[in-house]
Design a protein around this ligand. Structure first.
Ligand SMILES: Nc1ncnc2c1ncn2[C@@H]1O[C@H](COP(=O)(O)OP(=O)(O)OP(=O)(O)O)[C@@H](O)[C@H]1O
Length: 620
């Protein structure tokens, strides 16, 4: 009779083993399944244990039991249906997974690198803006540029935009931004005091360089500016002159007294660069005040390694201009030696380094001392696109003035790359020194090597000085002074001296050890071939030089139309074989690699991990 029971028949047809796709392992609501037959048996056992029950009662119980079994069978059907659906979902998920794996396998290395690049770029994009912590916290956002009274001469204002553009094109100037002030091709049209013009003329500075002819009017107009131009192209004058003019205007309105000022600050990443910029500002402000027609302006040098009491005479008067390295500046501001309550002008030289390699927090900190809207200017010879983008977000209606590709080598430098075995370098260096008369700079990435080279040269009778971050301030100053004055023929330097230092007519730069980052190479060779003169750069490479660095170098030589030596020409670009993009790296501007293997990014990450301040070789 039981075998006729449809419920039972259905149960018998059911698969005897539980489904293997049990998705419910993690499901707390799971109730273990007890087969219907087992439950029936249990019920029957219960019933029979009652004994002596009347037949009517038994029939009623059996009927009840059948109904229960039917309900259970329905439940069971539902359970199976659910499991079937879940199985479909799981299979679908597995399908998607295997499809993706198959697609990934089909992707070329180039495509994978592109995706990795996008991820890194996204991370860079999400960096918080370069505003002060206070501005960020309060959501303060200025939208208008700083107002100034300066106007270009009428005849220039009357020119058409097309004419302005023609002038820019003539000087290979690329501009980006809104309402860009016109380029001005003559200093005399810039409304600069005659005494400064006379001084510049005495220095054979008679016509503005491209970065000056577009950068100075832009800065005079109060606009935020990102100025990019190759090494030795006169960027210092382009950012110092507007500050001098601003300070002059303020001083003329109401003379500054002790405790007042400064009007503006110039930030530099190293002491040497700060010192050099300070000296430039001093010569220009002295020239201005020389004839007594204009008031004297006070400039303070604020950097580690010098005693501020030496400058107490400057501090005892109103202060117009501060030239500083970040660490000491923060220290002075925190100690309230002066304030930025009326400071309107902030310029960063070698700005990519300032905002990219660990100075970022210091810069933010410095910005939080500003109490009013400021004009911000960033200058460098190397400023990769990503850093430009980041900087642009942080400025107000910025104007980008670009002369040549950011990070390109100065075309006035003849670049020679030679394969020299490690053990042969010292001897070959002596030979190389014969190529040109002095002064010559020799660069090495390693402080110990700098000392070794200097020692070797001294032994060989060469008048050499050395400079690196572990030297005392006095030693560094002595080295620079004696080399600048011509007392010493050769300066052996670590990377510190590469950025921004302007030595007179360096004939030859020898790069004893090729830096990993191509930007550093660009800055190092840029110590020669300055202000329109030509120079030679000889670089030693060997099997210790990473292939990627060689590739960056190869592309840079090609871009500058220089001779590529055969051993360098044979270095293949792996991206070409993988079908990847051959665009330059958006982080460091190197042409021979993508973002995913950028040495600069690696270095930045390493520094961040170590979370210590940048070794600017003593900038603090
Ligand atoms: N208009 C000009 N005409 C001729 N020489 C100039 C002009 N402007 C500046 N110079 C000279 O050019 C040299 C290099 O200038 P500067 O140091 O400002 O270059 P830079 O662009 O800042 O280089 P770097 O990127 O290496 O710092 C200096 O000796 C300076 O006096």
């Amino acid at each position: 009779m039981d075998s006729d029971n449809p419920v039972k028949r259905r149960r018998v047809q059911r698969s005897p083993s539980p489904p293997t796709y049990n998705l419910e392992e993690d499901d707390n609501s799971y109730v273990p399944y007890v087969p219907v037959a087992q439950r029936r048996q249990e019920k029957l056992a219960k019933l029979s244990s009652w004994g002596g029950a009347k037949n009517g009662v038994r029939d009623k119980q059996r009927q009840q039991e059948d109904e229960e079994l039917e309900d259970e069978a329905k439940e069971e059907e539902k359970r199976r249906e659910k499991a079937r659906k879940e199985r479909t979902l799981l299979m679908e998920a597995q399908d998607v997974h295997s499809r993706k794996a198959a697609e990934d396998a089909k992707k070329t290395e180039g495509q994978k690198a592109k995706e990795a690049e996008e991820e890194i770029l996204e991370a860079i994009r999400s960096r918080k803006k370069l505003l002060s912590d206070l501005e960020l916290a309060k959501g303060i956002q200025y939208t208008e540029s700083l107002k100034t009274s300066w106007r270009p001469p009428k005849y220039i204002r009357d020119r058409t935009e097309q004419k302005h553009q023609q002038i820019r094109e003539k000087h290979a100037i690329i501009v980006e931004g809104e309402d860009i002030p016109p380029p001005i091709e003559h200093f005399s049209d810039m409304k600069i005091p005659q005494s400064i013009l006379d001084y510049l003329k005495s220095q054979r500075i008679t016509a503005p360089t491209p970065i000056q002819l577009q950068g100075i009017p832009t800065a005079f107009s109060g606009r935020d500016l990102i100025g990019i131009a190759f090494t030795g192209s006169g960027k210092t004058l382009a950012f110092c002159l507007p500050l001098i003019m601003l300070a002059l205007e303020e001083e003329t309105k109401v003379p500054f007294v002790r405790g007042e000022g400064p009007v503006g600050v110039i930030l530099c990443p190293s002491r040497e660069l700060a010192n050099q910029t300070y000296e430039n500002v001093l010569t220009w402000t002295s020239a201005l005040a020389k004839e007594g027609k204009y008031p004297p302006l006070n400039t303070l040098l604020c950097m580690g390694g010098i005693s501020m009491s030496e400058q107490s005479h400057t501090m005892s008067k109103g202060l117009h201009i501060v030239v500083a390295t970040p660490g000491r500046l923060i220290d002075m501001l925190e100690k309230k030696k002066f304030t930025f309550n009326n400071c309107k002008y902030l310029c960063m030289d070698e700005a990519d380094r300032m905002i990219d390699l660990g100075f970022e927090d210091d810069v933010r900190n410095i910005m939080s001392f500003f109490k009013r809207q400021r004009q911000t200017l960033l200058f460098s010879a190397t400023m990769p696109r990503k850093i430009q983008d980041f900087a642009q977000q942080s400025l107000i209606r910025p104007i980008l003035v670009n002369v040549g590709r950011a990070g390109a080598a100065n075309l006035d430098v003849l670049q020679v790359v030679e394969y020299v075995k490690q053990e042969a370098k010292m001897v070959y260096l002596l030979e190389c020194l014969q190529k040109t008369p002095p002064p010559v700079i020799v660069f090495s990435e390693n402080k110990n090597e700098v000392d070794d080279i200097q020692e070797y040269l001294l032994l060989k009778g060469v008048e050499a000085v050395a400079i690196h971050g572990s030297k005392t301030q006095e030693e560094r100053q002595y080295a620079i002074k004696s080399f600048k004055s011509g007392g010493k023929d050769v300066m052996v330097a670590s990377g510190v001296a590469s950025k921004g230092l302007d030595f007179n007519e360096i004939q030859h730069v020898i790069i004893f050890s090729m830096p990993k980052e191509i930007e550093d190479y660009v800055h190092q060779i840029g110590r020669t071939g300055r202000s329109g003169k030509t120079g030679i750069a000889t670089t030693f490479v060997n099997m210790n030089t990473p292939e990627q660095t060689l590739l960056d170098l190869k592309y840079l030589l090609m871009e500058a139309g220089q001779k590529v030596p055969p051993f360098l020409a044979t270095v293949e670009d792996p991206r070409a074989a993988q079908g990847g993009s051959l665009k330059g790296c958006p982080v460091c501007g190197g042409l021979g690699h993508g973002i995913s293997n950028c040495p600069k990014l690696e270095e930045t990450q390493r520094r961040q991990m170590a979370s210590h301040r940048p070794q600017d070789d003593g900038g603090y």
